[in-house]
Ligand binder design. Sequence first.
Ligand code: 5AD
Ligand code: FES
Length: 335
Amino acid sequence: MNLTSLSNKELAEIISTDKYDEELIRSADAIRREHYGTDVYIRGLIEFTNICKNDCLYCGIRCGNGNAERYRLSREDILSCCENGYELGFRTFVLQGGEDPYYTDEIICPLVSEIKSRFPDCAITLSIGEKERESYAAYKEAGADRYLLRHETANSEHYSRLHPDNMSGEHRKQCLFTLKELGYQVGSGFMVGSPYQTAENLVEDLRFLQTLEPDMIGIGPFIPHKDTPFGDSPGGTLELTLRMVAILRHLFPKALIPSTTALGTIHPLGREMGLKAGANVVMPNLSPVKVRKLYTLYDNKICTGEEAAECRGCLERRVESAGYKIVVSRGDVKR
Ligand code: 5AD
Ligand code: FES
């Protein structure tokens, strides 16, 4: 099965089929094994603030959600998450947060430098949204290696239906190209089954990614959050998300593709199925258990209860049960 030469129309047809395409999934796994064997890379995710100045209509931590209990982790909290993560075998730390004005460049840069000097064999990934080129350059200078910024949807009309007027899809894409120019390893991606999304939109997402050529592509099902304008909208399905993971593996044979927490949230074995459909990364939570419930982008998020301290062991067993193996390494992309 070769998807690389398909037309937009043919891709849209594969995307909109409602049958579980065993051959698509099997061949995606074969491509993944060709480049990465059974290796699964892990990233320790530190969700350090749920305060956000943006008001994305789908997101539970949007500034307009007055029901969200807000938190910020201190520098010491964050460093101790890294310490703990290092002991557990993590060699990449992902600092993710809302667009929180409190964390100025003057706070982020020394923090990145400190993590880098304490853990020189680790990669540092930032996921803190749209910033000025100067800020991105300063983070890089301070030691950041990678940046995650999902484009969310490549179609500008669709983008504007999911975001308030003061945000633009074009600006977000511009940020991604800036990050690449600055030498970051870049991760982008989109939600599957977001409100108003069509198969043609998803094809546009794939085409946009082909021009961006990111190192990592993160996708997960849209899951409604009750305190948002899309609280009653249907979520993205397991089948479509798995199909999109497999299509991504076909079109981006060497990409880093996480099997996301959102996928694990809509089905108890969602992440295992994501791995079998071509994903090769998992990003468990390293945040202190006391704040995990508060970083709720969507409802029913997994790994937020008392079992959460055990994520590393739990994940190890899950990955092995799917036929793969977690490796202790930075997990850089193969080029
Ligand atoms: N359902 C699924 N994913 C969501 N995200 C934000 N809100 C939701 C939701 N309701 C995703 C966005 C964002 C990433 C951090 O989480 O794609 O980029
Ligand atoms: Fe988090 Fe299983 S991966 S508890």
